[in-house]
Ligand binder design. Sequence first.
Ligand code: UDP
Length: 153
Amino acid sequence: MIWSERTFIAVKPDGVQRRLVGQVIHRFERRGFKLVGLKLLQVSKNLLSQHYCQLTKKPFYPDLVEYMTSGPVVAMVWEGPNIVQTCRMMVGHTNPAEAHAGTIRADFSLHVSRNVVHASDSLEGAQREIMLWFDGHDLLKWDCIDQSCGFKY
Ligand code: UDP
């Protein structure tokens, strides 16, 4: 198994306000992924416009900016085999109404504009977002005890 794949995950302001940070982290830990970067931050409009550069012309973008800058965000980098695709599955459809039961968005949210969590949608997207949100030296290289054999206990 290739452990070096990384993805960017963020608990959005509604998730932080609703005290869901621990539950979101728990989902990825429980799956067996490895946390390599974590910070709580107030997002600037500048950072957000770079993060959502493909969405700036969408009608919902002004609300998205207001939402994402309304309070702290927990930004994380996680590592593990096939992590980008797996985390997207675990997070669920953008619109919680269409998300499968058991996904984070289906379990914790009701509306597309307040959907609790972000996960990178591709390997390229993950690399871009990780570089945007984190300095390289804030990401830790460490060995999980279960990593060498490829399976978690
Ligand atoms: N969004 C929204 N209304 C929409 C579509 C998206 O408010 O009709 C917000 C929502 O918070 C979503 C984010 O914009 O998570 C980014 O949209 P994207 O299409 O990239 O979906 P995601 O990758 O987050 O599933």
